[in-house]
Ligand binder design. Structure first.
Ligand code: SDX
Length: 432
């Protein structure tokens, strides 16, 4: 039974003929015109580069209100779950549709522990990447390779999904930590059964035989909050990629690998790395804010303020607000000071008082401050987008599952408007 509320049809007049198109209202009164019969009725398709005006599906996972800066997962406000949950609780919520009760939570925890290792053969893969291979390239290869080690996924995807979801959520953490350890030439640190999800990740990243790492609760709390804030965001570029690839019948591991590659882009998840590079550039250029604000405003200059602007949010990204507040607390408790935080604050203040940014509703997004926290935790810049992927994984899994379970689910195949050469006779090579 569809959950959309119905409303009076929309009418469309084309070439003097009027057509009726059904209107659907979502739970929070988001509304859409259902054009499912448009081509068949009118012979017309729609044209919408970047899908700015197009809803690709109905979904009951995440809700965004770009005007009010609202974000909720399965109906729970992001502010509340970021404050009151841990990441694996939210991962369970996104994948299964409800917050886990104590038994479900414990079972999920045990599954994550059981699946924490990767096949020892996969560890040799790391030896064959060039030393400076981008961690996101390694992550997508390793996650895609899981489909070779766990082929049962392709038989009946939904039957094995619970185990596969736990396997992926646990193994991606180990792959990420191993990627870092290999990049710095340190011995691999294996997951420990006595540590929780985030504590294990930090320990696998930073523990060393000669300098044992102390897992601090404040660092674990900060990482939980960051991963929760990144866990899902409706039909963004990488999530739409996961759904599109999955719609062709591709297994979950390979669909997620495609999502990892989409997230890597500097316009998307790669922005968190680009923000820190931008802040360092401004700092090294004598904190010359005006120069970079002017570059960002100059249409002839490709430079944009990384971490600013959003396709949906036309006010503060609620996630960015939470992260900005968390920055202070964490740096204070870890006794870390970061000049880039002051640069970020100053840049935000200047931009938000500049007409160019104000009239385009350009505010800091989730990526603007997240890098400051990752740095305070000791995570290197080239691992920031990997951290985004760790957080986003449960959302990708939930969205892939929703697409697979959709009784009307079809392979995604958009149309186009052809503007190339009209039909013309073939010219043999001798006559060209
Ligand atoms: C994420 O979709 C999601 O939900 C994504 C995400 C998630 O959780 O999955 O939220 C994560 O990807 C956040 C966004 C990270 N990317 C960045 O921070 C990169 C910098 N931002 C921009 O590239 C841009 O704002 C986008 C890509 C985020 C959104 O681009 P849109 O919606 O296509 O808007 P646009 O490029 O058409 O911009 C509209 C205007 C243009 O100016 P005019 O043509 O009107 O003169 O705003 C300008 C743009 O030039 N503009 C910027 C700007 N962002 C937009 N100008 C300077 N700096 C910027 N950052």
């Amino acid at each position: 039974m569809s959950k959309e509320k119905s409303a009076p049809d929309a009418t469309l007049t084309v070439e003097g003929k009027t057509y009726s198109l059904p209107v659907v209202f979502g739970t929070e009164n988001d509304r859409a015109i259902d054009i499912g019969t448009l081509l068949q009725q009118t012979g017309y398709t729609t044209l919408d580069p970047g899908y700015k005006n197009t809803a690709s599906c109905t979904s009951d996972i995440t809700f965004l209100d770009g005007k009010e800066g609202i974000l909720s997962y399965r109906g729970y406000a992001i502010e509340e779950i970021a404050e009151k949950c841990v990441f694996i609780e939210v991962a369970f919520l996104l994948v299964h549709g409800h917050l886990p009760n104590p038994t479900e939570y414990e079972n999920f925890r045990q599954l994550l522990k059981r699946f924490a290792l990767i096949h020892e053969d996969m560890i040799h893969f790391f030896d064959h990447f060039p030393p400076n291979a981008p961690p996101m390239a390694i992550l997508s290869v390793m996650v895609n390779s899981l489909s070779s080690y766990y082929p049962e996924m392709s038989d009946d995807p939904l039957k094995t999904l619970d185990a596969t979801a736990a396997r992926l959520i646990s193994k991606i953490r180990t792959i990420a930590a191993f990627t870092y350890k290999k990049s710095v030439g340190h011995p691999l640190v294996y997951p420990r059964p006595d540590l929780n999800y985030c504590g294990n990740f930090l320990n696998m990243m930073f523990d060393k035989p000669v300098h044992p790492y102390t897992v601090r609760p404040e660092a674990v709390a900060a990482l939980n909050k960051l991963l929760i804030l990144h866990a899902d965001h409706e039909q963004n570029c990488s999530t739409s990629t996961v759904r599109l690839v999955g719609s062709a019948g591709v297994n979950l591991y390979s669909s997620i690998s495609a999502g990892i590659n989409a997230l890597w882009g500097p316009l998307h998840g790669g922005a968190n790395e680009a923000v820190v590079t931008m802040l360092e550039t401004i700092h090294n250029d004598g904190d010359n804010f005006k120069k970079y604000i002017d570059k960002a405003k100059d249409r002839s200059d490709p430079f944009k303020l990384s971490g600013f602007g959003h396709r949906v949010y036309k006010t503060f990204d609620p996630r960015g607000k939470i992260i900005k507040e968390a920055c202070d607390d964490l740096l204070e408790v870890l006794n870390v000071s970061d000049p880039l935080l002051d640069i970020a604050r100053r840049l935000e203040e200047i931009a938000l008082n500049d007409q160019y940014f104000v009239e385009r509703n350009l505010f800091p997004n989730v990526d603007f401050y997240s890098g400051i926290i990752y740095r305070a935790l000791g995570i290197p810049t080239n691992m920031f987008t990997v951290m985004f992927a760790l957080g986003r994984l449960p959302g990708w899994i939930a969205q892939w599952k929703e697409q697979q379970e959709d009784p009307n689910g079809k392979i995604g195949r958009p149309r186009q408007v052809y503007i190339g050469e009209p039909s013309r006779p073939f010219v043999p090579m001798s006559k060209r």
